[in-house]
Write a protein that binds this ligand. Structure first.
Ligand SMILES: Cc1cc2nc3c(=O)[nH]c(=O)nc-3n(C[C@H](O)[C@H](O)[C@H](O)COP(=O)(O)O)c2cc1C
Length: 310
């Protein structure tokens, strides 16, 4: 029996002590979780999606439980990039965990401006990479073209950002497309260093007594165990087509779920909805992965990535 497993992985040139990250929007700005868990133990922290200016988000109700999941229509409520830099990031500096900022914009210029502001402070504030959200289903009303639904628009957005920042770029894909391989390849060709998938699937819920939608926004994004089979299939499909590393997510509730994602090709994984049920989920998943590796004599977690037998 081996006594130790190497859990460290590398994503977009960033060394993570283990492959477990937090999914954007389910972990606040990180600090909210520090009374409950030791943030130093996480592979990386991905913070709530940030925009150029603060956003109040959508009208309530904004989260609804569904069978095996939740629907959310938060509408990217956030404090804006300036406040993130001044009020949140300095307090995260003391943790020995890389910070990844999830970025959303209405225009290419907005994306670039946010990325440049973050790059300026990145060394001082331990921002190691940017996760570019080209996939939020909740800001469509403002005319956002939802870049991630079109291969050419994805290429255009990612290549423009690439030219304007030297920080590693992780592109977060939407599952609400016909051909995810095409979009993934466009992002890779445009200079992405890694891909995150999947974001939420668009859905709705109905109150039959009121004859009304349950969400204020009518539609929302479905997450949690209900989407895991779709997420696994998409990671597997994308793994066949790209060389850059994949961060897998969608319904990961425990270590066995996380390992499924690694077998279909994810080099790291993100824990999302599970954080809302149990703030300790990510740490329990790290322990569970380690236990599995020890029991199965796996010396290095990287040995597992993409080794599904088909
Ligand atoms: C309440 C909530 C807020 C979210 N906010 C964001 C966000 O700001 N940016 C983003 O890229 N994804 C956001 N997501 C999507 C998650 O990061 C993740 O991709 C998705 O929920 C699938 O993972 P899960 O099933 O483990 O939750 C959000 C998800 C939830 C549930």
């Amino acid at each position: 029996m081996i006594s130790q497993t190497k859990l460290a992985v590398e994503i977009a040139g960033i060394k993570l002590k283990n492959p477990v990250m937090t999914a954007s929007g389910t972990f606040g700005y990180g600090l909210e979780f520090s009374p409950f868990i030791d943030l130093n133990r996480l592979g990386a922290m991905v913070l709530k999606g940030i925009t150029l200016r603060p956003r109040p988000g959508n009208s309530t109700p904004r989260i609804i439980e569904t069978s095996s999941g939740i629907l959310n229509a938060i509408g990217l409520q956030n404090i804006g990039v300036e406040a993130l830099i001044k009020e949140k990031l300095p307090s995260l500096k003391k943790f020995n965990t890389p910070i990844i900022i999830n970025v959303s914009g209405n225009t290419i210029e907005e994306y670039i401006e946010i990325c440049q502001k973050l790059e300026e402070v990145s060394k001082d504030l331990k921002v190691v990479a940017l996760e570019i959200n080209i996939s939020c289903p909740n800001i469509l009303k403002e005319g956002n073209p939802l870049w991630g639904k079109d291969a050419k628009a994805t290429y255009q957005l990612v290549s423009r950002i690439r030219k304007n920042t030297s920080l590693p770029l992780i592109i977060k894909l939407t599952p609400n497309v016909t051909d995810i391989q095409e979009i993934a390849q466009s992002a890779e060709e445009a200079g992405a260093d890694a891909l995150s998938l999947i974001n939420t699937l668009v859905g709705m819920a109905v109150d039959i007594d009121l004859r009304k939608p349950k969400l204020g926004n009518i539609s929302g994004g479905l997450s949690g165990p209900a989407i895991k089979p779709i997420a696994l299939w998409m990671v597997w499909q994308v793994f066949q087509k790209v060389k850059i590393p994949i961060i897998g997510m969608g319904g990961i509730m425990n270590a066995r779920d996380a390992l499924e994602f690694m077998l279909v090709g994810a080099r790291a994984i993100s824990v999302g909805t599970a954080n809302l049920i149990n703030p300790n989920s990510a740490l329990e998943i790290i322990e569970g992965i380690e236990d599995f590796c020890l029991k199965n004599e796996i010396k290095d977690i990287n040995e597992l990535v993409g080794t599904l037998k088909v």
